[in-house]
Design a protein around this ligand. Structure first.
Ligand SMILES: CC(C)(COP(=O)(O)OP(=O)(O)OC[C@H]1O[C@@H](n2cnc3c(N)ncnc32)[C@H](O)[C@@H]1OP(=O)(O)O)[C@@H](O)C(=O)NCCC(=O)NCCS
Length: 212
């Protein structure tokens, strides 16, 4: 019998993370139909609006089944929808889950993804009693790799030729964050530069790239 995991509402200095609702379908479709946003995703951009409605229904199912939490992210200053982040594939025996996120191009480069993921991780380590959080990313996705490294994730390996999207074959990096490593030692200086955990900068990351 699954134990429900109600999706929380979380706040940071600049963001509100909240459960998805039916009214988000328009913004969600705009986000996931962008070829630029989905450049390194593990599936092609959406072409039908029904995908957005299905995504929102899946968020509600995840909460009911206790499979994880997928949260819409709004900017507090103007209430605009920026994107989403999620913890999925929650395995209660292993105390593990997968992190994913997707933000609108207009919101990139302001630290929003890191800020949103950080508060989600804080909540998850407490509410879900996790021990391990995994993330995967296309090895060309420099921004996503950097987000993970700023959060304290360690690059653990490469999944060679992991994805084929529209005939394009790509590799994935696997990242892991263990509870005892959280929060990362540089956490108090949130504005400061996190040390890079990997040296292979120039190529980058998404097991569920993006937490599809
Ligand atoms: C990946 C993504 C979530 C990053 O969002 P964001 O809000 O821009 O992330 P942040 O601003 O918190 O951090 C991005 C970091 O990457 C760095 N970065 C971005 N592009 C870079 C590049 N081409 N080369 C080097 N660093 C780069 C930024 O400088 C920043 O690091 P810094 O704080 O040390 O300067 C966003 O680009 C996105 O949603 N992309 C589309 C969906 C996607 O790929 N999701 C991930 C699937 S695994």
């Amino acid at each position: 019998m699954p134990i429900p995991l109600p999706t929380p509402t979380l706040h940071t200095a600049r963001l509100r993370l909240r459960p998805f609702g039916d009214a988000d379908a328009h913004d969600l479709f705009a986000l996931h139909s962008s070829a630029r946003v989905l450049r390194y995703w593990d599936s092609p951009p959406w072409s039908g609006r029904g995908r957005a409605e299905h995504f929102i229904t899946t968020c509600q199912q995840m909460a009911e089944e206790g499979a994880g939490a997928r949260l819409a992210v709004d900017r507090l200053a103007d209430g605009s929808f920026l994107g989403w982040c999620s913890l999925s594939q929650w395995n209660q025996d292993y105390r593990s889950a997968s992190l994913g996120y997707c933000f609108d191009e207009a919101a990139w480069g302001h630290g929003y993804a890191t800020e949103a993921a950080r508060v989600l991780l804080q909540w998850a380590f407490a509410a879900m009693d996790l021990n391990r959080i995994q993330a995967e990313t296309d090895t060309r996705n420099i921004a996503s790799a950097r987000v993970l490294e700023k959060l304290g994730f360690v690059r653990e390996g490469t999944l060679r030729e992991d994805c084929v999207v529209n005939g394009e074959v790509s590799d994935s990096w696997v990242y892991g964050l263990i509870r005892r490593e959280w929060p990362p030692s540089w956490e108090p200086t949130l504005g400061g530069a996190a040390p890079s955990r990997s040296r292979a900068i120039g190529r980058h990351p998404g097991g569920f790239r993006g937490g599809r």
